[in-house]
Design a protein. Sequence first.
Length: 478
Amino acid sequence: MGPHPMLYSSLDLGPLQVVNRFAVPAMVTRLSSDDGYVNEDVIERYRRFSEGGAGLIVVEASSVHGGRSGPLLKASSDEFIPGLSELAAAIHEAGAAKAVVQIIHFLKVARSGWRQLVSDLDVDGLEALPALFAAAARRVEQAGFDGVEIHMAHAYTLSSMLSRRNKRRDHYGRTLENRLRLPSAVVDAVKAAVGPEFAVGVRFDAEECIRRGYSVAEASQFASRFAEQGVAYISLSAGGKFEDAIHREGKPLYPYTGFSGDRCMPGDSYPDAANIWMAETVRRNIRDRGFTTPILGAGKIPTADLAESLLQRGACDLIGMARGLLADPFLPVKVAAGRTDEVVECIYCNVCKSLDENFKTVVCYLWPKGATHAPRPDEPRAETGWFESESSLRAIAGVGDIRLRWEAAEGDVAGYDILRSEDDQPFERFTSCSRTAQLDDSVLADRTYRYMVVPYDGSGRRGTPTPPAEAAVETGQI
């Protein structure tokens, strides 16, 4: 286990035992076609997560109901079982991961900006939902998965029921108990429909991150209810709501464009583990009530060291590392083997988020150009070298910033790590990029900054760094 004893320890999730605490949260891939069937690209994406050593893999949101949903998976009828079976088999054959499918019901949206509200749904429509979720869960179980995760987060139907913005005037709205009524019924229906060895988890927002939305106090009440119902684990997200989404003409609303979307997928301007306080608070509150249900925390957790520290302090029981494991699905096996310096570390540029927003295949900016999947560590590659030139890296002070330019590295280069030192402090990774230029606009006047650039190949193997280059922005230049 080395320096990460908790991260590489097993954990019981209800009837399941995962081999470590790495979890791949559900991420839209846009790899399927509009028909919702599993295809070879979908299988390959999840096969690599399993090969990479994650303990829990949550397959992307799969619809429990028919109708158009774009390039998303479906579990809404028996015709989807064969493809799901292939996916489950591929994940299990590739590694020791336990695999669950996230199942979802969503409301309608239109290119005009109109969206359906939970207040628009009649009671019969609402009361049909538990059976839809239960039927989808049975199909997932029949396909050979280890469980399902009921999607109650972000902008979708069950999340909208939980929301403080749910103002229905019947027994499905306004009060806390009424808002919990339908989600609780879905959990009961799903658990009744599947066998005792099949795990049922839930994912919901620990905070809505919108005006007049709920926060961790009510999220703790939700968690207590679901723990009482015997869910296998609770996965906590944040934000991702339609209420503050930005409408772009001719496109349907995308719930990750507003502030709540930023909070859902905190980018490079946010601190690491930006949302973990929410999971920590909910976990503490349900532990105080005597529940031991495992809690999955997420939100910009880029490294194994940080993940270990969060587990050690009791902030959560599982580490949801979505973008980090998208950038390098092999992070768990690399770290376990002591090859941390080969990890392709996410820089949270959110190019993946932008691709999803524009209905394009979701890939990582740090992968080799044109790649659909992250390269495997054992894929053939040439040595990554460096031009032997003392002037290969230049640092040029500008008006409040420093511009870096360097010669392209020799060999099989996917990108470059940029290391920075301030006033003779140790070098630390500043960012990564695939270009041969970078702007550093986070400098202060009258301080000296030194830089080195290190090339890496698609599987994360580093090459020879440039000699250091330094620059300083003077007060008069600002």
